[in-house]
Design a protein around this ligand. Structure first.
Ligand code: ZN
Length: 358
């Protein structure tokens, strides 16, 4: 009864439903893409679902990560996701991994599943997924969103190009994914649901289905314009042109690490450090802290980093203390060892020292 409406489709039928029940699908990330994808995969009856996510539910996730509710705030996403999905469909098996996908756990995980769904928001993990998929001969369903644009594809290096045929190397200016880029939940939803549908096509493989193997499907949600671009296989691809044994899995965590914060008093007391204002030029011109130097977040995000030795103690501040956290994340990922952020930013600084002088 549960699957009657999809079994009725001749392209699915009892046969297709049995394939769906036997499928093992690993979803990497239970966030903006993973949430809608997982809901549809569980509802469709994918028999074995793996969910790997290291993160905890935050209030700011709820706008797009529709697996979660306010009751789950602070709880592990993978566990919350499983609970929600089993409430929807107790007939399927769900395994959770409260971890980030890395070079150590990828081999076992990739060998245990038939298809990998990419619900990540960072290049580092996408490259790892790709390389592990090439190495262990698994198809994976790619998805990405940026602003109002989304894209999806299916990569299977056994028959076509891989992700590195499209993007050979990681971008030099590593973009922090932590919180900075804006997104409308429904845009993530469109891409995540597209990924779920691709998985169902890959599992059931009806002859009329044309999964996006080697094709990049793009969607501009401002105009609803879609395109399908063919991705050529690169004979010199750094992943799929190699022998499988020669594909080395590498991963350095892009996870937003802990950035220690300093109060304005603490920051001012550290005389050997370099104080950097990451606001934009217009804000700087309206008032800034004596002794600080301007290096806007926009520059840092574009990969233009302050020319300082990596062991320099760097204290970042912005207007209210949010952008400096983002900037600090990027500098840490780029190898700077001692990075701090001023809590409350310029506003707190000005309040603090005005009050102190009165
Ligand atoms: Zn390739």
């Amino acid at each position: 009864m549960r699957y009657k409406r999809q079994i009725t489709l001749p392209e699915i039928g009892i046969d297709g439903q049995e394939k769906i029940a036997r499928a093992h699908v690993l979803c990497v990330g239970a966030g903006g893409l993973g949430s809608p994808a997982l809901l549809y995969l569980a509802a469709a009856g994918i028999g074995h679902i793996g969910i790997i996510d290291f993160d905890h539910v935050d209030e700011s996730n709820l706008q797009r990560q529709i697996l979660f509710t306010i009751d789950g705030i602070g709880q592990p996403k993978a566990v919350q996701a499983k609970e929600r999905l089993q409430a929807l469909n107790p007939e399927i098996e769900i395994t959770v991994y409260e971890d980030e996908l890395n070079a150590e756990n990828a081999p076992d995980l990739f060998q245990a599943y038939d298809i990998i769904l990419d619900g990540t928001d960072n290049f580092e993990t996408k490259f790892l997924i790709n390389d592990a998929a090439v190495k262990y001969k698994k198809p994976w369903v790619y998805g990405a969103i940026q602003g109002f644009d989304g894209q999806a594809s299916v990569f299977d290096a056994q028959t076509g190009p891989c992700y590195r045929c499209l993007y050979p190397e990681k971008p030099k200016a590593r973009i922090a994914n932590c919180a900075e880029a804006g997104v409308i939940g429904a845009v993530a939803g469109l891409i995540g649901v597209t990924q779920a549908l691709q998985v169902i096509q890959l599992v059931t493989r009806h002859e009329s289905f044309e999964p996006l193997f080697g094709k990049l499907w793009t969607l501009d949600t401002k105009t609803m314009q879609t395109r399908i671009l063919n991705i050529p296989k690169n004979p010199d691809c750094p992943a799929c042109s190699k022998k499988r044994d020669d594909v080395i899995l590498a991963y350095s965590s892009p996870v937003c690490g802990f950035v220690p914060e300093l109060t304005p008093q603490q920051a001012r007391g550290r005389s050997n450090s370099c104080l950097i204002d990451v606001r934009e030029k217009e804000e700087w011109d309206q008032g800034h802290i004596d002794g600080a130097q301007l290096w806007p977040l926009s520059k840092i995000m574009a990969g233009d980093l302050p020319d300082l030795p990596q062991e320099t103690e760097i204290i970042l501040h912005c207007q209210k203390g949010m952008r400096s956290l983002q900037a600090a994340q990027i500098l840490k990922v780029q190898g700077y060892l001692e990075v701090y952020s001023v809590s409350g930013g310029y506003e707190a600084w000005v309040n603090c020292f005005e009050d102190a002088s009165e």
